[in-house]
Design a protein around this ligand. Structure first.
Ligand code: GCV
Length: 665
């Protein structure tokens, strides 16, 4: 059977008809609200489009009822149990299907979950399900520029801007809103991050009507907008002489500006700010700390119920590589930990998962768990900046699962997963991987990363494997194709780790674009990410006797990472400077392990390419060949990594590979 997928429709593919058609043919809605009406409309439209069930919206005698739990209980005398905010109940009997939300958005989420389960063949008479998101803040932040280019975007131009204007295909935005809501995303930041881009312009009166129109497209899907704004706006836009957060005129300016913005978008979720980060203006420009900076903006949002997402990506990006006293990895903790408890209640610090910058192999940031009196979120990248740029297949939930597994060792229930579930981490943020490419994500299989991100935000206890299987089965309607695709996804991250920078040294990428190897590309740069390889050794000593970074962790982790004997070997060069003849747990030297992993990484990609080729007769030509082309490029990339890394270390050390494989002179 040919598996003919419509890439544009992502995880909403057409199916054969379904058993409960009789009940699904009419959808009843007894309460009126924008989101509930959309939920009913979505259900009937998608049933008709994808399941060959001609479904119409009707009254209370319909076979399928949608509503809120309190509403349905009151109107129909049901006894549906209540759940957490944004959660839902699904109940299927032989006379009725009920999809009830704790609130209106919960009902919408229930609809999408119902449709997914229907597609997976998991809805039957007797199905009862209660589910709710683990965390209330599940966001994506767009880095799109007003020019239409997307910073670190690998899937075409911006969905929102073109040529200096807000300019979009309305249907496309609605389809995007559907994709987001179907995986539970409820916040979307627009407005870019750098320079005089949209972050600046969107909060002016000339563009606020555009923002209001976009907000209206997302509103029925329960997605609230956030605006990326610039800390310097009081002087760049407001013509004040300063943006000092303690200056009364600046405080008043932010208040007036927030009041103006909320007149256009009354349910705006708030602002996102990248301050004192990579040349962006911030409180340090005025000798203020980050609590003082954040609180000034947060005060302007508070009367409107808005939140301020304040990014912790603050470090010195003008370092002298000769100066070994500075360690960039320490920066976020050094800046933010002393301020714990000093942020206003509506501030959410957004902490990158690692101390560097979304690297393939870097430890989890020591700020997690260490912040105990401040609300903060976990930040990851869905866009594959350092993970193959949607040319290479790299299934990110594999990585995120391991991040969530990390035990901070601050008290009981101290893994990131538990902190998130218990509300000690207040949400998740990420940079999406989408653009105007027809398949949204450039690489069709990269849709799994967007899907997986939403699913993990909703339920951090899902495994990467569960998500891979779920996404593959929703997208590839043939079971054996879906199996192979899951296998490819699950193989992809470990393979990528193997051919990338070894054992946690990080940043061996080309500085210009971050795709492909450049072993010393960052070595003499101001960005603070050095590996300092010489003839004998490589890596940074971050122990107590080195940069001291390791002491930023809770004592048990400091001890674990601080000793090469107990440090997880995948990260060993992040924490330690080791000689190439250091013997690793498998009895082979560090150098031999570097050689081995790079040969293996390439071979693994070759194997993945063969697995994909095996799907040729099972897939529609377009999907098959577009992914094939990417696998071929990935193989070339893996080869480049393998040969550059191995040759580099062979030339440094003069020590040959024990298996005498080809290394270039
Ligand atoms: C938008 C990385 C990227 C930058 C990005 C930055 C950030 O450094 O390379 O392009 O800036 O992260 O997270 O703000």
């Amino acid at each position: 059977m040919i598996c003919n997928i419509k890439e544009y429709d992502c995880w909403f593919q057409r199916r054969a008809s379904v058993p409960l058609a009789r009940l699904l043919g009419s959808v009843g809605l007894l309460e009126q609200s924008l989101v509930l009406e959309n939920a009913a409309g979505e259900l009937s439209a998608l049933l008709t489009k994808n399941f060959a069930v001609l479904s119409v919206v009707e009254g209370k005698d319909a076979g399928t009822l949608i509503g809120t739990i309190p509403g349905l209980n009151a109107q129909l005398g049901l006894k549906l149990p209540s759940t957490k905010p944004e959660g839902f109940v699904i109940k299927v009997s032989d006379t009725r299907v009920i999809i009830a939300g704790q609130d209106e958005i919960g009902a919408l989420y229930g609809v999408y979950r119902f449709l997914a389960l229907l597609a997976l063949g998991k809805i039957n008479v007797g199905t009862e399900l209660i589910d709710a998101p683990a965390t209330q803040f599940r966001s994506l932040t767009h880095w799109d520029n007003i020019s239409g280019d997307v910073i670190r975007g690998y899937a075409g131009k911006s969905l929102f801007y073109n040529n200096g204007r807000v300019d979009y295909d309305e249907q496309r935005v609605i389809d995007y809103a559907r994709l987001l809501a179907s995986i539970g995303i409820n916040r979307l930041a627009i407005g870019g991050t750098f320079g005089p881009g949209p972050g600046q312009l969107l909060i002016t009166e000339s563009m606020l009507p555009d923002v209001a129109r976009l907000a209206a497209l997302f509103r029925p899907f329960g997605v609230k907008l956030l605006l990326n704004v610039k800390f310097s706006a009081p002087y760049t836009l407001g013509k004040l002489p300063t943006a000092d957060p303690l200056d009364a005129d600046v405080v008043a300016w932010w208040k007036e500006r927030a009041d103006l913005i909320y007149r256009y978008v009354p349910d705006l979720a708030g602002f996102v700010v990248k301050a004192d980060s990579e040349m962006e203006p911030g409180p340090f420009d005025y000798g203020r700390n980050h609590a003082e900076g954040a609180n000034a903006l947060a005060a302007a949002l508070a009367p409107h119920g808005g939140e301020l997402v304040w990014r912790c990506f603050v470090y010195n990006c003008a370092q002298d590589w000769r100066d070994q006293s500075i360690d960039r990895a320490r920066a976020a903790y050094d800046v933010f930990k002393p301020l714990d408890g000093m942020f206003a209640d509506n501030v959410l610090l957004q902490v990158k998962f690692g101390p560097y910058d979304f690297q393939v192999l870097e430890p989890v940031s020591p700020l997690f768990g260490a912040l105990s009196k401040t609300r903060y979120t976990l930040e990851v990248q869905v866009t594959q900046e350092y993970t193959g740029q949607q040319i290479d297949l790299c299934y990110l939930p594999y990585k995120w699962e391991r991040i969530l597994d990390f035990d901070t060792r601050y008290g009981p229930r101290s893994t990131l997963r538990e902190l998130l579930i218990d509300g000690k981490i207040s949400g998740v943020g990420a940079i999406p991987n989408v653009g105007l490419d027809h398949n949204w994500t450039g690489h069709t299989l990269a849709q799994a990363n967007l899907y997986g991100y939403g699913r993990l935000c909703w339920d951090p206890s899902l495994s990467a494997e569960q998500i891979a299987r779920e996404w593959s089965a929703l997208t590839f309607t043939d079971a054996s194709v879906a199996d192979t695709v899951s296998e490819l996804l699950l193989r992809s991250y470990p393979a990528y780790e193997k051919y990338n920078a070894p054992f946690g040294v990080c940043f061996m990428v080309t500085p210009a674009g971050h795709y492909g190897p450049n072993i010393e590309g960052y070595e003499f740069s101001p960005w603070g990410t050095y590996h300092r390889a010489d003839r004998f050794a490589i890596g940074i000593d971050r122990t107590g006797s080195g940069t001291g970074y390791v002491t930023q962790y809770a004592p048990e982790n400091a001890a674990l990472f601080g000793d090469p004997a107990t440090c997880p070997e995948q990260l060993i060069l992040f924490f330690h400077r080791l000689r190439y003849d250091y013997v690793m747990k498998n009895g082979q030297t560090l150098l031999q392990n570097i050689y081995n992993t790079h040969f293996e990484g390439y071979d693994e990609v070759k194997h993945m390419l063969e697995l994909w080729k095996g799907l040729k007769d099972w897939l529609d030509e377009h999907t098959y060949s577009s992914v094939l082309t990417r696998f071929e490029r990935q193989l070339a990339n893996a080869r480049e990594w393998r040969d550059q890394i191995n040759t580099y270390f062979w030339r440094k050390t003069g020590i040959t590979d024990a298996h005498v494989r080809k290394i270039y002179e």
